[in-house]
Design a protein around this ligand. Structure first.
Ligand SMILES: N[C@@H](CCC(=O)N[C@@H](CS)C(=O)NCC(=O)O)C(=O)O
Length: 133
């Protein structure tokens, strides 16, 4: 990529950062509610999950909002702030693209799930409370 193109995209990214941070902060959906036992079970299951992400990535914001909505205590690792997290993602998943959900405890292998929509689908499928309506 040329210097002009790189500078252009860097400028676009800087301009969008405040909007992304505001969306991250104020666009959070209302969390679901569960019984104490059901939430404790979800909390236990989430110990096997880690989301590789960074703060201003729009795809990551989307996934973090879904995590918030589903009230999931999933550990976050920031690949921009923490070089070890980026290395772990590359070594385990084979790419540094975020978001990526690392799912341990499925057999002996960790599964590395990329693509924000896939991650949201996986979380909904596994943790969406059954409808009572
Ligand atoms: N289609 C992907 C796009 C993810 C994406 O483009 N992530 C960017 C950050 S916003 C990224 O990780 N780029 C660096 C890379 O691909 O290594 C998704 O929906 O998750």
């Amino acid at each position: 990529m040329g210097t002009v193109t790189r500078t252009f995209f860097r400028g676009v990214r800087s301009a969008l950062t405040p909007a992304m941070l505001a969306f991250d902060r104020f666009g959070k959906p209302t969390p679901v509610e569960r019984s104490a036992e059901a939430q404790a079970e979800v909390d236990r299951a989430c110990q096997d999950l880690t989301l590789y992400q960074f703060r201003t990535c729009p795809f990551c914001v989307k996934v973090r909002h879904e995590i918030h909505r589903l009230a999931l205590p999933i550990a976050l690792r920031d690949t921009r702030e923490d070089p070890a997290a980026k290395e772990a993602l590359q070594a385990g998943g084979g790419r540094t693209m975020v978001p990526c959900l690392a799912i341990a405890g499925e057999g002996s292998e960790t599964r590395w799930l990329y693509e924000s929509e896939e991650i949201k689908r996986y979380l909904r499928h596994r943790f969406e409370p059954a409808s009572t309506g």
